[in-house]
Design a protein around this ligand. Structure first.
Ligand code: MG
Length: 164
């Protein structure tokens, strides 16, 4: 079955000081941000890796090495756009994305719709094709120490694209 692909992404970042907290491209008001070389948007990192995995491209860390000064404080939407460009080059469209953010704090209930919308815009799909769920950890890692995210993406063959 060559007309669909699936990709899986996972990431986690520790809380750190007073950086802005960004999840899914949305700034979430919170006392702490996440540590990382880029803006540390753990959800977008998981989405980007899911896209890259679905098309068999090298992972985010390989393409955008942490420590490369070009990506210092980088807007992680850049990474998702790059991964999505690889998807389109391969002749694929996004069918749907399903993601889980694992965090004991902050409460994300009020931001899930915004995150869905922000991610859908990056991937040329409707918000209904993107799911963002939020889970707490009952104290298991990352617990209160940070935030983790998982994402799966389903790709479908773009109409009229001839596979090489
Ligand atoms: Mg990351």
């Amino acid at each position: 079955m060559s007309h669909m692909r699936v990709g899986l992404g996972y990431d986690s970042h520790r809380f750190e000081g007073k950086r802005p907290l960004k999840l899914g491209g949305v700034v979430i008001p919170f006392a702490r941000g996440l540590s990382g070389h880029s803006d540390a948007d753990v959800l977008l990192h998981a989405v980007a890796d899911a896209l890259l995995g679905a098309v068999g491209e090298p992972d985010l860390g390989e393409q955008f090495p942490p420590g490369d000064p070009r990506y210092r404080n980088a807007d992680s939407r850049t990474f998702v756009r790059a991964a999505y460009a690889a998807v389109r080059r391969g002749g694929w469209l996004v069918g749907n994305v399903d993601a889980t953010v694992i965090a004991d704090a902050p409460k994300l209930m009020g931001y899930k719709a915004k995150m869905r919308q922000a991610i859908s815009r990056l991937l040329d799909v409707r918000p209904g094709q993107v799911s963002v769920k939020a889970k707490t950890t009952e104290g298991f890692p990352p617990g209160t120490g940070g935030i983790a995210a998982q994402a799966v993406v389903l790709l479908k063959e773009a109409p009229g694209h001839r596979k090489r």
